[in-house]
Design a protein around this ligand. Sequence first.
Ligand code: ADP
Ligand code: MG
Length: 256
Amino acid sequence: MTRTREETCDMDDMILKVNHLSKSFGSHKVLKDIDFTVKKGDVTSIIGASGSGKSTLLRCINLLEIPTSGEVSFHGENILSRKGGAAAYRTKVGMVFQSFNLFSNMTVLENCMVGQTKVLKKNPEEAKEVAMKYLQKVGMAPYINARPRQLSGGQKQRVAIARALAMNPEVLLFDEPTSALDPEMVGEVLSVMRELAQEGLTMLVVTHEMAFARDVSNHVVFMRDGVIWEEGTPQEIFVNPQKEETREFLSRFMER
Ligand code: ADP
Ligand code: MG
């Protein structure tokens, strides 16, 4: 008998659990009975066609959408009933967006400090030290006084990643972090993400970068029409997919 991921997972290692999650907008069922788990150290890639519900799933996990039914739990606790509300939860489960979402009226350094001082209540000296550490890590330390509008897309996204890391999250969610970038800037962002994965950061990444999904993640989820159509290791999904639709999606994708 093969055991499911969940059965082979030590409870202490289980960070996020998505349980019978459904989400509708009006009569449109966008997510239908989604179940999956994120364990400590997992790098999960979510792939699938546009409109399949990937962003809505990530948004439910980040409390940007409220599920119609089912739940998301973080260390066994429903995220809707956790103490401290959304702001406290999002320090643990951070998110990086396709469109960067930096604060345009703040410098690079201020962007990476504000959450630490406002939400984590750190003093400015400590917040600055942590911000500098992560800005160095993503290669953006020389730009601390720049405003977002002065940066390229790749630079903005690296600042957004540093800002998320400065909150010391347990999990980082990425929603197509390279989709808004000019092609020549995709690599610099992916290489930062690859490094984070190698250091053991738990990541959940919606992406069309199939090479990243195949080479960096340990778990791949293929979504179609609001359901998890197939999931498995990169080997299982990319080399030996079981479902016709998975095969079709991948071959259509590779053609482009
Ligand atoms: P993906 O990220 O896979 O492209 P989304 O989760 O963004 O898919 O969207 C899935 C479906 O849900 C789409 O048909 C989209 O139009 C719809 N949708 C997403 N957000 C909303 C919303 N706030 N109101 C109504 N429909 C929405
Ligand atoms: Mg999307």
